[in-house]
Design a binder for this molecule. Structure first.
Ligand code: KIV
Length: 270
């Protein structure tokens, strides 16, 4: 007997997974071929991340990425995808000026195939999130290390280490959820802080370098396939290292996030 056809992942499905304590598997993706492979491996969420500025374009940060480029890659991913939920990153400079500017950017990404948009930062972003959500745009927040602010943060450093910074992160997370964000990415922070955010919110929290307690995990595709060269952050695991091809590596990642064996406390966490 054939396996039942996989249903498209919706916001409703992501909420149900979260409510049932099922881990959500997210992975960055930038083109149709990889979208097809990730989708076949049953990745739940494809993030068209502005990390493409670094892994595809060779920049040393995400700052130079434009909305046109994000729209192009979002359309590529959408063409290769059949089931996964697609999140498109609003790039630097495309949402900071006003909520209206953010809406125009979100419309662009959604008209190119995104189901949800992601924007970085806390505090002032809550009003923008509310504005977008009220106009029918599902929004994912992004707190902790927010790479578009790398120059303001003084580098790619672990965030929320002291009590005050941790309390601010928690407050910002609550404000985003209250404003209607339906998902939150937490990047590079102590597991204890990410755990407090995850248990304090009723929306799924997806971690990258934020410990095993989050509702799901995300990695940059080129990092987890062992393509990225140079020193990698310790939260990265190379899923190609055990051999086999790309499809097997993707399946190993999906299985490891689902069964909680990735990330490993102490090895991939802070
Ligand atoms: O752009 C990206 O890939 C991201 C992830 C690091 C979460 O935002």
């Amino acid at each position: 007997m054939n396996a039942p056809e996989r249903k498209p992942v919706t916001l409703h499905r992501l909420r149900a997974m979260h409510a049932a304590g099922e881990k959500i598997v997210m992975l960055t993706c930038y083109d149709a071929s990889f979208a097809r492979l990730c989708d076949a491996a049953a990745v739940d969420v494809l993030l068209v991340g502005d990390s493409l500025g670094m892994v595809l374009q060779g920049h040393d940060s995400t700052v130079p990425v434009s909305l046109d480029e994000m729209a192009y890659h979002t359309a590529c991913v959408a063409r290769g995808n059949r089931h996964a939920w697609i999140v498109g990153d609003l790039p630097f400079g495309s949402y900071q000026a006003s909520a209206e500017q953010a809406l125009l950017g979100a419309v662009r990404l959604m008209q190119n195939g995104a189901h949800m948009v992601k924007l970085e930062g806390g505090g002032w972003t809550a009003e923008t999130v509310r504005f977008l959500v009220e106009r029918g745009v599902p929004v994912c927040g992004h707190l902790g290390l927010t790479p578009q602010s790398v120059h303001a943060l003084g580098g790619y450093r672990v965030q929320g280490r002291d009590d005050q910074a941790a309390a601010t992160l928690l407050r910002h997370a609550r404000e985003l959820a209250d404003a209607g964000a339906s998902m939150l990415v937490l990047e590079l922070m102590p597991s204890s802080v990410a755990d407090a955010v995850t248990t304090g919110l009723s929306i799924p929290v997806i971690g990258i370098g934020a410990g095993a307690g989050c509702s799901g995990q995300v990695l940059v595709l080129h990092d987890m396939l062992g393509i990225t060269r140079g020193r990698l952050p310790r939260f990265v695991r190379d899923f190609m290292a055990e051999g086999g091809g790309v499809e097997q590596a993707l399946r190993r990642y999906v299985a490891a996030v689902r069964d909680g064996s990735f990330p490993v406390g102490g090895t991939h966490t802070y």
